[in-house]
Design a protein around this ligand. Structure first.
Ligand code: AHG
Ligand code: MN
Ligand code: MN
Length: 348
């Protein structure tokens, strides 16, 4: 595993400012969004850490737009992010896994030129059993006229993201983000209440040790997917067999594979022809990060970041991680969609 070590104490706020200097045209608005997200992450971390003590474990009585029972922490994390970012004047709208439609900025607050899309709590089924969960976020620039955000602002291909990141509430709380200048990891020092740079310029190994897939759907996969999983497991000696590691939290599986090399796969299956994971606030942000770290992400027929979204909560099959392993998925699943070089293409 590539050793990521930081040599001096750098807070995330300081690093964001340094990164901002790489963009001469920067106004500081995107930086302010990242500060606010770091604050929201600390607040959610506090709730996750003490969930077992306060009455915030377990499920609510309501279902979200995904048709899933909302966990209390899903709702809490969702509210924390909305409240931390709705008044700063940098966003024109938000979209959340937990909300059916886009979230308008309240009339009493000024609008800005960015959109924030997020999965407030990823891996919710793991909360009550103390398995790592996470938060995932994606930032797009507004493309429509007028001050208020519209659905068209949200439905942009992932290559147009200006920032993306995730927080993992694990043995330590880490925040990993990119603005297109590499992927950088920060670890929360609880004694200071500060995220400190711990993993500058993360690079994912080109071939993976770990395969993260839920094999219980095996009988629902089509033959090419079954063949691909056999390949990853070393059938025919075509490659070193991968070890299976599947936490059931996308952020936790992705983070381990990002640092140590590996592939996360959530294929389409007969019951879910588009797979389970959502394009706008799960696949796209993690695809931006992994490409910035030298990895790749596809849906089996082409690059995740080139998909033109049509719905806010649309799902997408996902193969993400070490580049040579993702390339194997594209070739073995008959990757047909040609890569699309676009204006403002990120990492194209
Ligand atoms: P969320 O909790 O935000 O709905 O996401 C859960 C996702 C993802 O975190 C994880 O990889 C996947 O669901 C696990 O799904 P299965 O239980 O079907 O394997
Ligand atoms: Mn999720
Ligand atoms: Mn979620």
């Amino acid at each position: 595993m590539v050793k990521h070590t930081a040599t001096s104490v750098v807070t995330i706020d300081r690093y964001i400012i340094e990164q901002e200097k790489l963009h001469p045209e920067a106004t500081g608005e995107l930086s302010a969004i990242l500060y606010d997200l770091a604050l929201a992450a600390k607040m959610i971390a506090n709730k996750v850490r003490s969930a077992g003590l306060a009455d915030i474990l377990g499920a609510t009585d309501n279902e979200n737009v995904q048709g899933e029972i909302q966990q209390k922490l899903d709702v809490l994390a969702n509210e924390i992010i909305i409240k931390a970012l709705d008044h700063g004047g940098r966003l024109c709208a938000m979209a959340s896994e937990e909300e059916p439609d886009i979230i308008d900025i309240p009339e009493r607050f000024r609008c800005g030129k960015y959109c924030l899309l997020f999965d407030p709590l990823d891996g919710s089924s793991n909360i009550d059993v103390n398995v790592p969960v996470g938060t995932i976020f994606s930032v797009l620039k507004k493309v429509t006229r007028g001050s208020r955000g519209e659905m068209e602002d949200m439905l942009q291909p992932g290559r147009r993201q200006v920032a993306a990141g995730y927080v993992i509430y694990g043995s330590s709380t880490m925040l990993v983000y990119t603005t297109g200048q590499g992927a950088h990891g920060f670890t929360l020092d609880p004694s200071l209440g500060e995220f400190l740079l711990s993993h500058p310029n993360i690079r994912i190994p080109d071939t993976g040790r770990y395969l993260s897939v839920n094999d219980s759907y095996r009988d629902l996969w089509d033959e090419p997917v079954k063949g691909l999983m056999e390949y990853y497991r070393g059938a025919g000696g075509a490659r070193q067999p991968m070890n299976t590691r599947y936490v059931g939290s996308l952020v936790a599986d992705f983070h381990r594979n990002l640092l140590g090399g590996g592939l996360f796969a959530y294929p389409s299956n007969k019951n879910s022809p588009k797979g389970k994971l959502r394009l706008l606030y799960e696949a796209n942000p993690l695809a931006f990060i992994v490409e910035q770290a030298g990895g790749a992400a596809c849906d089996g027929s082409g690059r995740i970041l080139d998909i033109q979204p049509t719905e806010l909560h649309q799902r997408v099959p996902l193969y993400i991680g070490s580049k040579s392993d993702v390339d194997a998925a594209t070739s073995m699943l008959g990757g047909k969609r040609p890569p699309v070089a676009g204006i403002g293409a990120v990492g194209a």
